[in-house]
Design a binder for this molecule. Structure first.
Ligand code: NOJ
Length: 763
């Protein structure tokens, strides 16, 4: 039941939406198609038993390690598997689909779902890196490739995009999202949904998208994965929900409910999220799947009394599909028989699942053409797209005296040193295995390809990096762990690396984290470089040779020493299949870095959670002295990143000095490439509402555009600020407000851009 205040908030919100002209009018053709699909859905529903309906609400694990008393084939035959997850082999998928279509009573095909997060066979940079490109069109193209490859393997549904805002680098899953900012996060979410789904789900190269983890998962206390989340209503609407809303508006057919408690109510049984926000406020018409086992785990949470209660609570809160816990299958038919759950509710929840199958045209084309799979996997344009994505997501953090780019001089020997220098798996990042062999290019290989056989390029790992605790994901999906080095071996490898550095002309230090060190169940209490990497770096820098630090990570790490002592630092993240080639392109100037940080980069772990859009406080002049033992400003601000050229921002102007709520204005600025080579800059617009009925953040991103400018080229960038950008959710008013106030505007190349303008919203 909706509370009166929630109902008031909802009607106000709907009114606001109507005023904003946000309507969901489909074209006439789409409407008639929808009507036809609805007719077919109703036709099927009339023929289905309650068990078959609940089967459509159940997703079963296709992998042998998931225990079940009944074999998966039999489950599928009985119509128990509306969807099947974690299969990636087209043969295995077709085999089960044949059973569903040919042997189940109503011949309903299954939807096959898998985590295709940043590529399937061709791996793209991790999502955090893709966000660092600040290039939604690139993100959309990359997910289009991922969808094509996944679909060629028989997968219809990806559990992506992950759109959780993350403001704490300790949280391992920061790697899977777009970082800390709701505006950037919303733009990247939209692009991913478009990339996966396209405009026509009947296109056999598209997959269903799934916006996850609804909602607030990124605020896990202490950055500890799965822990409780406490988020105020104001923060929920202003920070954590916008990327989800963007995904819903872009047409994401599915959402995934999160694991954790949100304000003490597990997200998987949370009516505020699943009803008031998702369906009532946003008009979502698709279906919600729980996270894996999350329905059954409502008991483990100390929330539901038993599995039956768990199924009841999740289903009545609005979770359509139970991922892997079998709770719906085992308990919902009895609840319907007992009259505790009306059949009308079951029908309501089954409808969008069946509709998705019709939209995907699975009834017409249930099987995947196994003869095409390899050709799609090996499409050269996919590799090329991955290379461009890796180039465009790198962030140049430091470049003293134009240390980069390096010259391609065959007479100079290059040493690649560090545990990430020749490590294939660590190029890829989390969510990339699922049985597919990767032919990723390592940093060493990329540099060798670039310089050719005439050049001397040698490698030494120097140190070994290992996780202290190995998670079940590492065992299931990660590479086989290498045995730990003995003390003698460690000393010898360290010395070998220093010796190699001594006899080389240029050193590329490849440091950072292993792929398994970020991701699910990979949170971290320290952000120090693991192992003896810091000592190795210091020993090598002490030699006084040209050194470039290539940082391979899924999150910010502590590089405060490096930022003062290593002349060039390039954050390349886990850059995917083409990592090595793209990194070599960047190091030797065949590509120019233009990415920007999607997260604030801390000085040390003690500053976390850290983000730019904090409130002003009563003491802004001492903002940098919030601690007595360390500065409180970050090492690098959100939005920061250098290029091999330089840019200037001039002449900021607003199209009007005053406007009323509901009106909009244009902010423009001139951006010039002031250097002598072409390069990219991301023009960013920030606003600050100076006063109001709530304190507002010091700055909030409200526009950005990535530009490529030739030497000395100058362009005017224009941003629109309308109701959507100027409003915020006010918890006292329980709704969106645009308040009369003075606003600051800043434009420039990062969140600390100095160029200022202003305007006033009047009554
Ligand atoms: C658990 C993860 O939290 C979620 O992101 C993922 O999609 C599911 N498992 C399925 O693999």
């Amino acid at each position: 039941m909706k509370t009166p205040s929630a109902a008031r908030a909802t009607s106000r919100l709907l009114l606001t939406c109507a005023l904003l002209g946000i309507t969901y009018t489909a074209t006439l053709a789409a409407q008639s198609n929808d009507a036809e699909i609805n007719r077919k859905v109703e036709d099927l529903l009339r023929q289905m038993t309650v068990e078959e309906k609940v089967g459509q609400l159940s997703q079963l694990g296709g992998m042998p390690f998931i225990p079940d008393s009944i074999k998966i084939d039999e489950r599928v035959r009985r119509g128990h598997a509306g969807s099947i997850l974690w299969l990636s082999d087209p043969k295995a998928i077709n085999r089960l689909q044949h059973i569903a279509v040919e042997q189940s009573r109503l011949h309903i095909p299954a939807i096959f779902g898998l985590d295709v997060i940043h590529g399937f066979k061709t791996i793209f940079p991790i999502p955090l890196a893709m966000a660092a490109s600040w290039d939604p069109a690139l993100v959309e193209r990359s997910q289009t490739v991922a969808a094509r490859e996944a679909r060629a393997s028989g997968i219809h549904w990806t559990f992506a995009p992950m759109v959780d805002i993350a403001r704490d680098a300790r949280w391992g899953r920061i790697i899977e999202g777009a970082g800390e900012d709701p505006y950037l996060g919303a733009a990247i979410a939209r692009a991913q949904v478009r990339g996966f789904q396209g405009t026509d789900l009947g296109n056999p190269e598209r997959v269903l998208a799934c916006a996850k983890h609804f909602a607030g998962y990124g605020a896990a206390e202490g950055g500890r994965d799965y822990e409780s989340v406490y988020i105020s209503e104001d923060q929920m609407w202003n920070v954590y929900l916008p990327p989800f809303q963007a995904a819903a508006e872009a047409g994401a057919v599915t959402f995934m409910s999160a694991y954790m408690d949100l304000n003490n109510v597990p997200a998987t049984a949370n009516r505020f999220l699943l009803q008031d926000v998702l369906r009532t406020a946003w008009g979502f018409q698709g279906f919600v799947v729980s996270d894996a086992n999350a329905v059954g785990d409502l008991v483990t949470h100390g929330f539901a009394t038993d599995k039956q209660d768990a199924g009841f609570r999740a289903l009545t809160a609005g979770v359509n599909m139970d991922m892997a816990s079998h709770t719906y299958l085992d308990h919902i038919p009895a609840l319907v028989a007992a009259g505790r759950i009306p059949m009308s509710l079951i029908d309501e929840l089954v409808r969008p699942v069946l509709a998705a199958k019709f939209k995907l045209k699975l009834f017409e084309h249930p099987y995947v053409d196994e003869s095409r799979t390899e050709a799609v996997f090996n499409a050269p344009e996919h590799r090329q797209a991955a290379r461009v994505a890796a180039q465009r997501s790198a962030v140049l953090l430091r470049n003293e005296s134009a240390a980069l780019p390096l010259t391609k001089d065959a007479s100079k020997s290059v040493a690649v040193i560090g545990p990430l220098g020749d490590s294939l798996n660590d190029m890829l990042g989390s969510w990339t295995t699922f049985g597919l062999q990767s032919d990723a290019v390592t940093i060493l290989q990329g540099i060798k390809y670039k310089l050719g056989s005439a050049s001397k390029v040698e490698f030494a790992p120097g140190v070994q990096i290992r996780k202290q605790f190995v998670s079940m994901f590492d065992t299931m999906l990660g590479p086989k762990p290498t045995p730990p080095w003995t003390e003698d071996q460690s000393a010898a490898e360290f010395a070998k690396a220093v010796e190699l550095a001594k006899r080389s002309d240029v050193i590329v230090l490849a440091l950072g984290q292993a792929a398994t060190m970020s991701g699910e169940l990979a949170s971290q209490a320290s952000l120090e470089l693991p192992g003896r990497q810091q000592q190795l770096m210091e020993a090598i820098v002490a030699l006084g040779k040209p050194v470039v630090l290539v940082l391979v990570t899924g999150r910010p790490v502590n590089i405060t020493w490096a930022a003062a002592h290593v002349p060039a630092i390039l954050e390349v993240w886990h850059a995917g299949t083409e990592a090595g080639n793209a990194i070599a392109d960047l190091l030797f100037g065949d590509a120019v870095p233009g990415g920007k940080l999607p997260v604030t980069w801390p000085l040390s772990v003690g500053q976390e959670p850290l983000y730019y859009a904090h409130n002003l406080s009563h003491d802004p002049k001492n903002q940098d002295q919030r601690y007595w033992d360390e500065a409180s400003k970050p090492l690098y601000p959100f939005g920061y990143g250098l290029s091999y050229t330089s840019f200037s921002f001039t002449n900021p102007r607003v199209s009007r000095k005053e406007l009323k709520a509901g009106q909009s204005l244009e902010v423009s600025v001139d951006v010039e490439n002031t250097g002598s080579r072409a390069g990219d800059e991301v023009a960013q617009l920030y606003i600050h509402q100076q006063t109001g009925s709530a304190s507002r953040p010091v700055r909030e991103l409200k526009g950005f555009e990535r530009l490529t400018l030739a030497p000395h080229e100058k362009r005017t960038v224009r941003f629109q600020l309308g109701e959507r950008e100027l409003r915020y959710w006010n918890s006292a008013a329980k709704g969106w407000v645009v308040e009369p106030a003075k606003f600051d505007v800043w434009v420039g190349g990062s969140s600390d851009a100095p160029l200022h303008a202003g305007f006033t919203v009047t009554r």
